[in-house]
Ligand binder design. Structure first.
Ligand code: PEP
Ligand code: MN
Length: 339
């Protein structure tokens, strides 16, 4: 399966911005000898806060139509309801995607599926904001049942209450499980919304390739720093072309089941390190309280209680020894920190 490269701004802001970004992407792609398959741009933007730029609306579909005519590159747009599907069709835009927010609501997704049914639309389905593979697969199934021939999944990561390096946590095991369960389905990665910061994008893009993803949807802007939405994560067209041309596309031919279990393990390790970090911060808070209230640092009975509680988890003696040693290490490091 050939890779699919999609690029374009988070949002269509003005005719000039849409056309300039497209022109630069086309030029950079040509110079780097890479294809640009689809041009993306959000026309209606779902924003978290009420006064943020909400997209240019229907007029932006004219600009995207111009891009299609000028460069013969299909444009793709996020749709949230049937009316927006109709407007896309009216402007000859035949590729749409369901965004991560819409994807949490099966009623909205079904409405979009009904609007595109038996048509030649290509539909891309982003993972929902919640890490629920069944829901993601259910959304994909809705478009298959609506007789859509070309359905593509897009992994854009999952929000996490903790502060992380990435804007959205990858949870790679979820899209890899999707690959296991729907092997025929192309899956792209959207490293832009996953990373949230431009400098993190190339590494995640390469990881997605290593994991056998079928392409990338990347946000690019002719003037990244001036972007009206998702400013931090816009790549310049040059940076995009340079990233794509430097990707190592040799497929590892990894066993999917093994890859899935490995990424499950990676996720567990990530959670452990996150929890250990949270724990360290909490230890510091406790140290403060103890200092203020003149309470002794070590309270042996309490610790004994904790150890007993975790011992119950398993009958396996080697595991028990490991937990004992691990908890002892944790305990000692907390004491040292508090002192
Ligand atoms: C987008 O691609 O413009 C977008 C809003 O992404 P997501 O739905 O993944 O947040
Ligand atoms: Mn965006």
């Amino acid at each position: 399966m050939d890779r699919i490269w999609i690029a374009g701004p988070c949002a269509a802001e003005s005719r000039e911005q849409v056309l300039t970004t497209a022109e630069q992407l086309v030029t950079c792609a040509r110079n780097a000898n890479i294809p640009l398959h689809y041009y993306r741009a959000g026309v209606w933007k779902v924003r978290s806060t009420p006064n943020s730029f909400a997209g240019a609306g229907e007029v932006a579909l004219d600009w995207l139509q111009e891009v299609q005519h000028l460069y013969h590159i299909p444009a793709c747009v996020e749709v949230m309801n049937a009316e927006q599907v109709e407007l896309c069709a009216k402007h000859d835009i035949r590729i749409v995607w369901v965004g991560a927010r819409t994807a949490v609501n099966p009623i909205d997704v079904q409405q979009i599926a009904d609007a595109v049914q038996h048509s030649n639309f290509t539909v891309m389905v982003k993972n929902p904001m919640i890490p629920d593979l069944k829901l993601w697969m259910g959304n994909i199934e809705r478009f298959r049942q609506a007789d859509i021939q070309q359905v593509i999944a897009i992994h854009r990561g999952f929000p996490d209450a903790n502060e992380n390096v990435y804007r959205n946590t990858p949870l790679w095991h979820i899209p890899i499980d999707l690959k296991v369960q729907m092997p025929e389905l192309p899956i792209l990665c959207d490293p832009s919304h996953l990373c949230g910061q431009a400098h993190l994008i190339p590494e995640i893009a390469q990881l997605a390739m290593n994991y056998g993803f079928n392409g990338l949807m990347t946000e690019c802007h002719c003037q990244p720093a001036q972007a009206l939405s998702d400013t931090e994560q816009q790549l310049s067209p040059e940076a995009w072309a340079s990233m794509i041309s430097q990707l190592d596309l040799r497929t590892g031919g990894s066993d999917l089941e093994l890859l899935k279990q490995r990424t499950v393990l990676e996720n567990i390790d990530h959670q452990i390190s996150e929890l250990l970090y949270q724990r360290m911060k909490t230890v510091d808070e406790i140290a403060d309280i103890k200092r203020k209230n003149h309470i002794a640092v070590v309270q042996p009975q309490q610790w004994h209680h904790v150890v007993q509680r975790y011992m119950k988890h398993s009958e396996d003696t080697s595991y028990q020894t490991f937990i004992e040693q691990f908890l002892e290490l944790l305990h000692q490091s907390s004491i040292n920190r508090q002192k």
